[in-house]
Design a protein around this ligand. Structure first.
Ligand code: GLA
Length: 397
């Protein structure tokens, strides 16, 4: 999604086809993940944050059972009804439809709505535009129909919508970050208990620079689901020896290596990565507490190494981008971010060197891969918020 969104523009865009002003407008941010990749579905720790790139959803109730959606960025619309929620070939409506499906399955009563959708989260860049859509839609429906759900409950529903309706077996990190983000803080999330601890990001001299490789791997969903299965295979084998383990969260490296012979090599590697990545999240939080940017950055590099050589979810372009930053005194750390096989690298760059950094990366990337490198400088923001509501809805909140 790449349109520039303002409240004015989305109010206008909603009024035009639907003939009515929206009752509410919600801003739902994308996310970065500082560290803790592929740990969420293993009940481990992650360290994400909501960012200043977001999806905006303008919503009005219809008084019937119809669902009318329009996506400004794709210039597409969708017409359906609440009684027949079916996956569409057009991809984007599924993220909205899945949220209705999950709420109805939980016995909530909903009515038809008009939804206008637009934003500036680059798609396929690993910034979780889909989780933002699901989180924002659920937040809006919760307000509109007075469902009384809290934000963690909305995050769980958003994850279920993605798992069950869209068919992507993701963990809860992205939705949780979108709904529970706090300005200038990273969230250390325990993905087993959903206990969240907020860590202030005090890096006045450093910027978070994303280098967007432009690579969108076609097989990302199936490869992701394969990684999940490999982790589950590890747990299944290990639990025959250690009956108390429920997920890789419960496994130490010593336990893993004691059963090395029973595990397929690939499974051993995947499990090792997840166990070490969990430890890295804890160390990264301590580094943040101690303002130790050197250690924090080193952990980012270690995370990338693991993603590249053990979890095998990087690609030549992102490996190249990370490698290019090594030895650059302006860069504290760099790694591929998100589900993998492309997308963005996250770079911690000294503010006074950002322009030079971009030039250097741009020139080398073009020379090596023959394509332009895009950059996103991100700030850490609050999670999903209501940016506009009619007086009626405001009174009810
Ligand atoms: C994707 C998924 C998340 C998480 C990351 C990897 O973004 O949606 O749940 O598993 O990959 O850390």
């Amino acid at each position: 999604m790449n349109s520039i969104i303002s409240l004015e523009s989305i109010l206008h865009a909603h009024r035009h086809p639907f003939g009515t002003a929206p009752t509410l407008v919600v801003r739902a941010p994308g996310r970065i993940n500082l560290i803790g990749e592929h740990t969420d579905y293993n009940e481990g720790f992650v360290l994400p944050a909501a960012i200043d790139k977001a999806v905006w959803l303008a919503v009005s109730p219809r008084g019937d059972e119809a669902l009318h959606f329009q996506a400004l960025d794709f210039q597409h619309s969708y017409l359906g009804t609440i009684q027949r929620l079916q996956k569409t070939e057009q991809h984007w409506p599924n993220y909205l439809l899945g949220t209705f499906d999950e709420l109805l399955k939980d016995g909530h009563t909903l009515g038809g709505v008009n939804v206008t959708l637009g934003g500036n989260i680059p798609t396929g860049a690993g910034l979780s535009s889909s989780a933002a859509v699901e989180s924002g839609m659920l937040f809006a429906l919760n307000e509109l129909f007075g469902l009384g759900l809290d934000r963690p409950a909305l995050a769980r529903l958003a994850q279920r919508a993605e798992n069950n309706f869209v068919g992507m077996n993701c963990g809860i990190m992205d939705m949780f970050a979108s709904l529970m983000g706090r300005a200038n803080h990273a969230i250390k999330l325990d993905c087993r208990s959903l206990e969240a601890e907020y860590f202030p990001i005090r890096m006045p001299d450093h910027a978070l620079v994303l280098c967007d490789s432009g690579v969108k791997h076609q097989l990302v969903d199936s490869a992701y689901n394969t990684r999940r299965r490999e982790c589950e295979e590890g747990v299944a084998v290990l639990s025959t020896i250690f009956p108390n383990i429920r997920s890789l969260r419960d496994v130490t490296l010593a336990m893993l290596f004691s059963e090395k012979k029973r595990l397929r090599d690939v499974v051993l590697q995947r499990c090792k990565f997840v166990i070490e990545e969990n430890t890295r999240v804890i160390s990264a939080c301590n580094a943040l507490k101690n303002n130790d940017l050197g250690l924090f950055g080193e952990l980012l590099y270690q995370s990338h190494e693991g993603l590249q050589h053990e979890y095998d979810v990087t690609c030549a372009e992102t490996d190249f981008l990370v490698q290019l930053t090594r030895g650059d005194v302006a860069v504290s750390g760099s790694r591929q971010m998100g589900g993998g096989f492309g997308g963005c690298t996250l770079n911690l760059v000294r503010r006074d060197a950002v322009v030079g950094f971009q030039e250097k990366m741009q020139v080398s990337y073009l020379k090596r891969w023959g394509k332009n490198l895009k950059f996103h400088l991100v700030e850490i923001t609050d999670g999903v918020e209501m940016v506009y509501s009619t007086p009626l809805v405001r009174e009810e909140i």
